[in-house]
Design a protein around this ligand. Sequence first.
Ligand code: PLP
Ligand code: COI
Length: 354
Amino acid sequence: MIDLKITKTATPKEKPDESNLGFGKIFTDHMLMVDYSRKEGWHDARIIPFQNISLCPASTVLHYGSEVFEGMKAYRTQSGEVQLFRPIENVRRLNNSAERLGLPQMDEQYCLELIKAIVEIDKDWVPSKEGTSLYIRPFMYGNDPHLGVHSIDNATFVIILSPVGSYYKEGINPVKIIIETEDVRAVRGGTGYAKCGGNYAASVRAGEKAEKKGYAQVLWLDGVERKYIEEVGAMNVMFKINGEIITPKLTGSVLPGITRKSCIELLKDWGEKVSERLLSVDELTEAVMNGTLEEAWGTGTAAVVSPIGMLSFNDKEYVVNGGKIGPITQKLYDELTGIQWGKKEDKKNWIEKI
Ligand code: PLP
Ligand code: COI
């Protein structure tokens, strides 16, 4: 048992309409907080009513962006149980991200227990309507009350929960993606592989531009040669070209997605040829033009498996698979969501029950 103080809300909120959840706008009754100091380590773990956080105006996170986060989900099965999907992978990635940002490490099992504890408290908030889930957002920030740029002595770890529907308004329908040619998201040696707030802050400008043109998100190119496909705003990408399923290899500037890893494992089990390699934008557009690009899709916790129906590059639009979802994308979606929502057998031990 972990040492955790629980203060329940005296004023529970009304549960939302499950047919209109959107993404990340509604929060549950409780949140979890743990403090860290170099002297005491992690201490004072507590579950409290969902509330605002108070910070010193000099706090590190407000000035130097010392923040990392995770995104995972709790799913309700048809029999009413609540389950997590590969949660230890998120815990490990959180520690990898924290290491890159100079934030403290957290014991893996301890972190997992904290996640389970807050989900348990707000279990009734896990929605049951098809395609919905409880999004879990653990995050950690540096919290030293002085302005020098230095290693971090104080930090805070928080978990908030949000009942969600689909991330894109398109749902499982294909999204339109634009290849970004001006801004870059990350470079090798930078923070691309870490899930830190700064990566997302730097992506907002391009995202806004894309949205104005009618695209759901941008597809980033590598930051050095601006030639190789990296990933989309909130998902990794996969392309089926001439029978080969290609996904950009993890060169340090791409987020190592847990959905990506899971899809690769499933595809290999099915006997598909999967290559983690460099894929240039020229090879990709050439494949559209000569008809060898069979399917394109993104993978992510929020986005699940999301077909890409159109790619735009240098003001030219490339339609993928007639703008429709392809058979591999559909099969991956069915298998993955089947396992997550408990409709399919969990042959790989990916599921952890609450
Ligand atoms: N790439 C980026 C930039 C993301 O924000 C996400 C979402 O977490 C992913 C990829 C997919 O990662 P995962 O499958 O672990 O959710
Ligand atoms: C996720 O899929 O968990 C994400 O983090 C996407 C997001 C930035 C909203």
